[in-house]
Design a protein around this ligand. Structure first.
Ligand code: NOJ
Length: 559
């Protein structure tokens, strides 16, 4: 039954179906739909806009496109609050547009990965609305986490958990009779109630949603908060000082990375494997260690998990080497490819992170030294793309875009910003619509404006301004991706052979390929390892030595 396709179905092309394990070394490009391309001039990106730009992504040389949510949603968290998992929000288009997008992508040999948001729904989801309407005792309340409050009159939240966006993780409802009543759990915004995954209806519903999109022809799912669906039995208080920021440190929280979550993925994997064309799951799982991340990608579970430890690593040779080794060691026993990522829609763009002193974290409000940031970002990209496994690119990083750190508060939309400093907080700055042309009201993003203002300097960073310009960041990405496709050792395998290198320099060999990254602020001299394939800056070779400028990565082939 699952092999049958609906009227809208779009099966992978024969070429796609043939290539085995495509995802092991795939470069996957994240499109943030509201900020990629706007086809109808309303200032908001949409599916038709994305479809019109697919040739750009093909020419860039990526293998697959991951789309952040475009489902029906009140947009309390930019679409990560889903009201209907089987419908496209009218602001992005409709199901026919989704079908056309998937078909066109397949025609261009691009795969499409969609976002699945199973930890929570929108408070405007039919189940939650009914749960509220029907009052205490409603069977629908069991599909979420409703609890009576503590205190004499139930005026205190059921436990001490805090929302990732700041403030309590519980909101008290007003019952249909107008009295203050039960509380419900929301690890994120109050408009994002957490599902109760102990309830069988929740699992049934998501298995059906998976099939719906698989039948539409998608090639995979990025699973939002993949580490959060199962909560510890009894929803116990967090011990000690309850400092949730530790969740990125070494403590496991009672709502994250619980072992029970793996049962869900084993069931999902069976469904996915019924479908032709090697479709995949990638987990957004923030775990305390890469070793815990590896649990998500055991052979009968998911295919990939984002490597957030790598994303959080400073531009520092020693730190980078450590996280590369830890990652490869953790993935080897489970046979999953490592993944590498530098930016996404939740963190300050890496060109801005690297423009600032190390240690400020991944949410930064300072522009820093832009030139330095861009030089390091380009070098970091070549390093990332030289590592074995799969790499993720976030829209606009191929243009070297910095974060927009000075957005006026009145245009901000990130709920994390309004709820105070949680794990996140300044995410609008990486979500500003990208510039396509030098001119135009929104630099070619659309014919109208753009939902967040774009800085005037972005004219010179536009796709138009960089296309065909030797040494531009866009051409660096294009060349890097085409070299990566052509070089057999790039992407494949599960190890690197480290070479001796000066302090602050990373050097490794992979077959006939050598990568050297100078993370220091000085130029360094290393052996010239062969023929230069690509470099993120100008390098000079004299008598078998190479002079590599500060913050620069070089690729060589010894063939
Ligand atoms: C992770 C998503 O990447 C982020 O944007 C969202 O706010 C949270 N999950 C909640 O869905």
């Amino acid at each position: 039954m699952s092999q049958q396709h609906s009227a809208l179905a779009s099966a992978p092309t024969p070429a796609q179906a043939k290539r085995s394990d495509w995802w092991r070394d795939a470069v996957i490009y994240q499109v943030y739909p509201r900020s990629f391309a706007d086809s109808n001039g309303d200032g908001m990106g949409d599916l038709e806009g994305i479809r019109s730009r697919l040739p750009y992504l093909r020419d860039l040389g990526v293998d697959a496109v991951w789309l952040s949510p475009f489902y029906a949603s009140p947009q309390a968290d930019a679409g990560y609050d889903v009201a209907d998992y089987r419908a496209v929000d009218p602001m992005f288009g409709n199901l026919l547009d989704a079908d056309a997008l998937i078909r066109d992508a397949h025609e261009l040999s691009l795969r499409i990965i969609v976002d699945l948001v199973p930890n929570h729904s929108s408070d405007q989801h039919e189940w939650f609305k009914r749960a509220l309407r029907e009052g205490p005792g409603s069977a629908l309340r069991d599909r979420y986490h409703f609890r009576p409050g503590k205190g004499e009159h139930g005026e205190l939240p059921p436990n001490n958990w805090e929302s990732i966006f700041g403030g309590p993780a519980w909101t008290r409802v007003t019952e249909p009779d107008g009295t203050p009543g039960e509380w419900y759990l929301h690890l994120f915004a109050p408009e994002q109630p957490d599902f109760n995954w102990e309830h069988p209806a929740v699992g049934d519903e998501f298995r059906s949603i998976l099939r719906f999109w698989l039948d539409m022809g998608v090639d995979g799912f990025r699973i939002d908060v993949a580490h959060g669906m199962v909560k510890a039995e009894g929803l116990p208080d967090i011990g000690g000082d309850g400092d949730q920021l530790k969740l990125l440190g070494n403590d496991v929280m009672p709502f994250f990375d619980q072992d029970g979550v793996h049962d869900i993925y084993r069931q999902w994997r069976l469904i996915l494997d019924e479908y032709a064309g090697e479709r995949i799951f990638v987990a957004e799982a923030w775990t305390p260690t890469v070793a815990r991340t590896a649990n998500y990608v055991r052979p009968d579970e998911l295919h990939q998990a984002f490597n957030f430890q790598y994303l959080g690593t400073h531009w520092d040779a020693e730190e980078l080497r450590k996280v590369v080794d830890l990652t490869l060691e953790a993935m080897r026993p489970v046979g999953a490819p490592a993944t590498w990522v530098l930016s996404n829609h939740d963190v300050t763009r890496h060109a801005t992170r690297f423009a600032n002193p190390a240690g400020l974290g991944t949410q930064i409000r300072e522009a820093g030294d832009r030139e330095l940031g861009l030089r390091r970002a380009r070098a970091a990209t070549l390093l990332m793309l030289a590592l074995p496994g799969s790499a993720y690119i976030y829209q606009g990083e191929e243009l070297g875009l910095p974060d927009v750190v000075d957005l006026p508060d009145e245009v901000r939309q990130d709920p994390a910003y309004f709820r105070g400093a949680g794990q996140d907080g300044f995410r609008d700055g990486c979500r500003v619509p990208i510039p396509w042309t030098r001119e135009g009201s929104s630099y070619g993003f659309g014919t109208g404006g753009s939902w967040l203002p774009q800085p005037a300097e972005w004219a010179d960073l536009s796709v138009e301004a960089q296309t065909g310009v030797a040494g531009s960041t866009l051409e660096l990405y294009r060349t890097a991706l085409s070299v990566r496709r052509a070089e057999p050792d790039l992407g494949a395998g599960d190890s690197v052979e480290w070479l001796r290198a000066p302090e602050g320099v990373l050097a490794f060999r992979r077959g006939e390929f050598v990568c050297v990254a100078n993370t220091t602020g000085e130029s360094v001299t290393t052996p010239a390892y062969g023929r230069v394939l690509l470099a993120s800056g100008e390098i000079a070779e004299v008598d078998g030595d190479a002079k590599i400028p500060s913050d620069t990565t070089v690729w060589w082939t010894t063939a």
